[in-house]
Design a protein around this ligand. Structure first.
Ligand SMILES: NC(=O)c1ccc[n+]([C@@H]2O[C@H](COP(=O)([O-])OP(=O)(O)OC[C@H]3O[C@@H](n4cnc5c(N)ncnc54)[C@H](OP(=O)(O)O)[C@@H]3O)[C@@H](O)[C@H]2O)c1
Length: 284
């Protein structure tokens, strides 16, 4: 059966998703609050139904990519979802996903929660990552359609909150590193060095950084904190230096102070001679 797909939400991301589906020959209907965003998609062959209730009724797979979950609830309020496969691709928390899964399942839908870990221009490649979790039948029904949007689909099982937990944890890792990089870039600038050189250096050591993260994850999983190669006390010293350097070079010390207090808490808890993974005990 060739499922009919409805794309709700044609912002920066939703427009690209709809275009990819149309280009791959899917039977696509689009809906957006502001009608003008439907025009480029109608020009390439998407159908348009101005009444959202009619649009939902006439389609099998309902993809949603709007601002957030509250808007999704509002848009679909009072509309029958019986027999529909609903895939939420807007960003939210695991709790948002759980509540939506409960509410839409009670209304007869197969609910799949999705989290896109890419920008609009990165969509549609063989490895674009999209995390998915929720109803197994909804996953089976929508997998082929979703694969057009990104080849790096990861189905994480039936617990609806898993996809957004993976997404937010990945974003935490990525932006955490980005903030550290920006802090380092400002340091470079203040020393008259080229920021582009720091970018190249980080690219070269990226596999080592990745391995360090993986090793720390394994330590935490196995509760392995002793026999460090580089103790928490030694690592903490980095941030004492960074705070001093910030004063010397008149730099914003916010990042250095944040990390310094985190390490200090670990030291105060008696983990100074343990691995960096011991900070997890402080966070817990
Ligand atoms: N852009 C990215 O790189 C990216 C990456 C991963 C995930 N996401 C997620 O994808 C979702 C959409 O992002 P985007 O970049 O496409 O955002 P966007 O360009 O700002 O588009 C927002 C969409 O939400 C709709 N919307 C907002 N308020 C609404 C309301 N009260 N009622 C009905 N529709 C409403 C907008 O409709 P109008 O056109 O009428 O304003 C538009 O379709 C977000 O949850 C975002 O976190 C985005």
């Amino acid at each position: 059966m060739k499922e009919k797909v409805l794309m709700i939400g044609l912002g920066a991301m939703g427009s690209v998703l709809a275009r990819l589906l149309v280009e791959k020959g899917k039977k696509v209907t689009v809906w957006n609050r502001s009608e003008e965003k439907t025009l480029p998609l109608r020009a390439i062959g998407a159908a348009y139904t101005p009444d959202i209730q009619e649009a939902v009724t006439a389609n099998d797979i309902i993809l949603i990519c709007v601002q957030d979950y509250a808007i999704t609830e509002e848009l679909l309020q009072g509309i029958s979802l019986k027999g529909k496969t609903v895939v939420q691709l807007s960003t939210g928390t695991p709790q948002d996903a759980r509540l939506m899964a409960a509410s839409f399942s009670a209304r007869g839908a197969g609910y799949l929660d999705g989290a896109i870990l890419a920008t609009p221009s990165q969509m549609g490649t063989g490895h674009t990552p999209i995390f998915l979790s929720g109803n197994k039948t909804a996953w089976a029904t929508s997998e082929d359609t979703l694969r057009i949007l990104g080849g790096g689909l990861v189905y994480l099982g039936e617990a609806p909150g898993a996809a957004s937990a993976w997404d937010i944890a990945a974003l935490s890792s990525m932006f955490g590193m980005m903030i550290g990089f920006l802090n380092g870039a400002r340091l470079f600038e203040s020393e008259g060095l080229q920021v582009a050189d720091l970018g190249n250096m980080i690219l070269n050591i990226a596999p080592v950084l990745g391995q360090m993260i993986k090793d720390t994850a394994d330590d935490i999983q196995q509760e392995k904190y002793d026999s460090p190669q580089s103790s928490l006390d030694i690592c903490a010293g980095t941030f004492d230096l960074m705070v001093r350097l910030s004063a010397e070079n008149k730099l914003d010390a916010g990042f250095a102070r944040f990390a310094q207090q985190l390490f200090r808490k670990g030291q105060e808890a008696g983990y100074g001679q343990q691995r960096i993974s011991a900070l997890m005990k402080t966070l817990r």
